[in-house]
Design a binder for this molecule. Structure first.
Ligand SMILES: *Cc1c(COP(=O)(O)O)cnc(C)c1O
Length: 384
């Protein structure tokens, strides 16, 4: 059936009608007074979402553009950096840093396991010469559904004193608390097609005062992604280059929705959707890829052993018009991922679980009581 597709992938995420209507408006001049008011409103909303009084800058770029901006504005070729990698996006950080000639040391964990904060502590404590310029990591590792322990790792970075902490919060912002000022996070990158509930096209970078100090001496080349240009413009409710004005209208609409819902409520909603999804997957006799203690509130990865992940995905897509995500790189075909990020509610989770539950017997996986997934999810949703 046309136009019935339901996105349960970790980006692009579903878009609410208020945002779709904003996208359908006539564009206006990006140097006009009315657009200045839109930028001013968005900037205020972005600071609220990021829990910061410092700068949050908007780029016309996908999340990776925001990550790249987070590297090139604050570091110089040859700088020693520690990069945490336990999935596709941590590896992307290492690739960006390597592409720009940084001296990259990776701290690695297996896909499906969290980064170990102790390994960061050891490296940082051993660095008495204070050569480490930055610690770079992914908060919610979308490829595996792991939420890394940013708070503890950041505490070790603070004890070091010199290094910046640079974070990919692409699937944690708007799903889990990322208290930028309270924790003292220096650079935080994200993208519009995830927790922001709008289509792809905007990247966001939050920048601390300490990062701006580093900006002054950083020597990597930069032009389009020179964040100094964005700060100067944003301070005047403007933008250095032509922004996708309709996407900014849409952002204004979803930030308004988010503020009406409330930060704590948003985090609680994602937490219960996560718990409901995980309870259902367990009840269906399917192994979860990430342990409970460090599961991302945005995405649940499932590692079926008795059935092919891709076959489950294919039936759910074909029979129910629900898009689930597959595994990435060497986990292609080994896992599938259920996105529950952004404009997602109880109904969506029950629908997706129902579809998976209906697909399993078609593939010969019948070692669960019919209705067990829905029952387990409903129980969590009723309790919380
Ligand atoms: C989606 C995502 C990105 C950004 O990817 P783009 O395709 O460049 O928008 C980066 N990090 C994580 C963890 C993501 O989930």
């Amino acid at each position: 059936m046309d136009d019935k597709l339901m996105l349960m992938i970790p980006g692009p995420t579903p878009v609410p009608e208020q945002a779709l209507l904003a996208l359908a408006k006539h564009p206006i001049g990006h140097r006009s007074k009315p657009f200045e008011a839109v930028i001013a409103d968005c900037t205020e909303g972005l600071k609220w979402l990021h829990q910061t009084q410092s700068d949050v800058l908007m780029l016309t770029a996908s999340g990776t553009g925001a990550m790249e901006a987070g590297i090139i504005n604050f570091l110089s070729a040859g700088d020693r950096v520690l990069v945490g990698t336990n999935g596709k996006f941590g590896e992307r950080w290492a690739e960006v840093a390597t592409a720009y000639g940084l001296n990259v040391e990776t701290i690695t964990a297996e896909w499906g396991t969290p980064l170990d904060p102790e390994q960061f502590r050891e490296k940082l404590e051993a660095d008495t010469a204070k050569e480490i310029k930055a610690v770079i990591l992914t908060h919610s590792e979308t490829s595996t559904g792991i939420l890394n322990d940013l708070e503890t790792i950041n505490r070790h970075v603070k004890a070091h004193g010199e290094a910046l902490i640079i974070v990919d919060a692409v699937t944690s912002l708007g799903a889990a608390s990322v208290p930028i000022d309270a924790w003292g996070l220096d650079v935080v990158a994200s993208g519009s097609q995830k927790g922001y509930m709008i289509p792809p096209g905007l990247g966001f970078v939050a920048v601390s005062a300490k990062a701006w100090d580093a900006y002054k001496t950083a020597t990597l080349p930069r032009y389009y992604l020179d964040l100094g240009k964005y700060k100067k413009a944003t301070d005047k409710n403007s933008s250095p280059f032509t922004p996708p004005v309709n996407l900014v209208f849409a952002l204004q609409a979803t930030l308004k929705m988010m503020r009406a819902e409330g930060l704590e409520q948003i985090f609680q909603r994602h937490d219960r959707l996560k718990r409901a999804t995980r309870a259902a997957v367990k009840a269906l006799g399917l192994p979860l890829f990430a342990p409970d203690e460090c599961a991302s509130p945005a995405i649940t990865a499932v590692a079926p052993t008795t059935v092919e992940a891709e076959q489950i995905r294919a039936i759910v897509r074909k029979q129910f018009d629900i898009a689930l995500a597959g595994g990435q790189d060497s986990y292609k075909g080994k896992i599938f991922r259920i996105g529950h990020l952004g404009f997602v509610c109880d109904r969506d989770v029950l629908t997706a679980i129902g579809a998976i539950e209906a697909a399993l017997p078609q593939l010969g996986h019948e070692n669960f009581t019919p209705g067990a997934g829905i029952a387990a999810a409903s129980k969590v949703l009723a309790e919380s």
